[in-house]
Design a protein around this ligand. Sequence first.
Ligand code: SF4
Ligand code: SF4
Length: 286
Amino acid sequence: MAAQEVAMLTDVSQCIGCKACEVACKEWNQLPAEKTSFQGSYQSHPDLTAHTWTVVRFTEQVKADGQVRWHFNKMSCMHCTEAACVLACPVEALRHDPSGAIRLETDRCIGCGYCEEACPFGAVHVDRQSFDTAKVAGKCTFCFDRISNGLEPACVHACPTDAIRFGPREELVGYGRQRVDELRKGGHAQANLYGEKELGGLHYMFVLTEKPEVYGLPADPQVSPTQSFWKGILQPAGRVILGAGVVGALAHLVVASRSFGQREATEKAGQREKGGDGRHGPDSQV
Ligand code: SF4
Ligand code: SF4
């Protein structure tokens, strides 16, 4: 087990969109290929799924001067300190690890999908398609099997430009701040370190050259108070007093109500940043 708190950081200014990280993730985790079709973008998959844990988002941004800029950002689970998925899971299949990773124990998962609805990043999904395997959730594992044996995550290892880094979280925060300074001095006035403070600190952070919304990231991700209430009070009481089915129904009401509002806000923010041209949103590609 990784003893100290670790993290990953992607510097989007160094990403060339080659997707080596996507391939490495599929290979290392032996994830099946998924059929996709070309829909006007070089993004490989429209979004993360139960079998695709890493996707490089391709986003076009039309600047005020009419110039078009292309942005790449590698999306996966952000391994949040305040993790909505952990709060939402009725059977505690999702747990915090001291390394900072959010671990998913698939043998505990009942495939209810509450984590999927709760996650503000759309990073965890339940496989509802397969008929021959159990319908359980799937997401980035932080390559826990690798990091607990002294290796870096597969995506970090594969990245040819060192755009993705792995190491002690404190060191990566320092590196990220330094990169933001350099980018601002280089003319990227909006450069920022995403994930240093969001949701208590993410264990997958970004150095961004534009505002988070440009990349389809929520500017201020939140866990609703009702979810914390659910985890702290309703869930333990529910287990004792109610049957599992009734507990699940209550959880669904709590999670679904907050999830809808947050996703809607993120989508609207993304559309605004794209100047309403609506051609190549991350979720509308391929
Ligand atoms: S990004 Fe989503 S799935 Fe990953 S830890 Fe945060 S809430 Fe959970
Ligand atoms: S491997 Fe590195 S450069 Fe290639 S797409 Fe992933 S983050 Fe970008």
